[in-house]
Every structure is written in C-alpha cells, then in structure tokens.
Design a protein around this ligand. Structure first.
Ligand code: AMP
Length: 193
C-alpha cells in the first residue's frame, strides 16, 4: 500500500499514520520526525532545519526532498509507505510523483484528514500543556495553520483531480477516525482486487 496523509497540524496524522502502518505493513514515514531527527544532529543543515521548524515555517523543498527521498526509495522496495506530512507543497507533490514514476510505483490514495481550525488549535494547545513540542505555542500554532491553508491546502484539489483523494472527518475520537479511514480504504479497488 502506498498512501499519503494530507492534514493540517493537530488533525492526528501522526497517530493515524502509525495505525495505518501497523494495519497495512507499509512503512510510516513522518516528514516532521525525520526533519527533527536531522535537526538534532546539530550540523549546519540541522541548525537551518531547526530554525524553520521553530518558526512554524516550511523547510525548503530541496532540503525536504534530500532528507526524505532515501526513506521513500527504501520503503517502496519493501512493501510500501504511509507518507505523513509529505508532500506539503505543490513542488513537493510533483517531485514525489516523479520519484514514484522513477521507482515504477503509483500512489494508491491521498487521505485528507480535516477538522475546523478551532478544534485543531485546542488540540495543539492541549498537547503543549502535556509537555508537547516546542512549536506548540499559541502564535506558532496560528502561523502553522496559516502556512497549511496557503501552501498545503492546494494539494486537496491537486489529488482530487487525480482521482485519489479520500476525505475523512478528523473531528472525532481517534478510534472513530481510524475506523472511517480503514473502511474508506477497504472500499478502494486496489485493496479489494
Ligand atoms: P509536523 O511534525 O508534520 O507537524 O511538522 C513539523 C514541522 O516540520 C513543520 O512545521 C515544518 O517546519 C517541518 N516540515 C514537516 N514536513 C514538511 C514538509 N513536507 N515540507 C516542509 N516542511 C516540513
């Protein structure tokens, strides 16, 4: 199975990505986690990534592609991937499609998890109060939601036009979201054939 998760911050793509990976046997590739791991290495590139993440800005496309491509190539050879948080821009989507074509694979579905901004904001503030990430502070949260709307939002029509968008209401308890995603995916031809 080869999927991507398209979702604003706080929609639960990390949780759902892990569950989908466990369910399908495909590898969970979380862009934010891989970039945070690179940032922790502390070199020049790491410091650059850390600065973008701290501000809630997107890391430049070329850096993202350099960090993520090896993981995607490896997973494609080993039973598939659940891309969580990648692609997040139109140029990244184009690059991901080119990479898939080069590897001789296609994307089965783009799972779009959506929820209202006030729900997303509250979830991220709750995560912050439970010792969450350093980018879970009120002004950075608002900035991340704006960046999502402006830059990642256009991927919804992009994947709709390609006929692979699966939209799921993420304003529900995590188990209900998981059940909805699984039932929607189970109905797709690539899983039932
Ligand atoms: P996430 O863990 O998915 O919430 O991502 C946290 C941060 O990592 C984002 O706010 C960005 O700074 C960076 N990031 C994650 N994925 C991408 C991506 N595909 N393109 C650019 N920046 C990204």
């Amino acid at each position: 199975m080869r999927l991507l998760l398209l979702a604003p911050p706080g929609a639960g793509k990390g949780t759902q990505g892990e569950r989908l990976a466990a369910w399908s046997g495909a590898r969970h590739i979380a862009a934010g986690d891989l970039l945070r791991a690179e940032a922790r290495t502390g070199g020049g590139l790491g410091r650059e990534i850390a600065a973008y993440q701290a501000r809630g800005d997107l890391v430049p496309d070329q850096i993202v592609l350099d960090v993520l491509t090896p993981a995607v190539v490896e997973a494609a050879a080993e039973g598939g991937y659940i891309l969580d948080g990648f692609p997040r821009t139109l140029p990244q989507a184009t690059a991901a499609a080119e990479l898939a074509a080069r590897l001789g694979v296609t994307l089965d579905a783009a799972v779009y998890l959506h929820a209202p901004d006030d729900v997303l904001t509250q979830r991220l503030l709750d995560r912050a109060s439970q010792g969450g990430r350093s980018d879970d502070v009120a002004d950075v949260i608002q900035h991340r939601l704006r960046v999502y709307a402006q830059t990642t939002g256009p991927l919804v029509p992009y994947y709709t036009e390609r006929g692979i968008l699966v939209a799921v209401d993420a304003d529900q308890p995590p188990d209900s979201v998981t059940a909805d995603v699984r039932s929607r995916l189970s109905g797709l031809p690539f899983l039932t054939s």
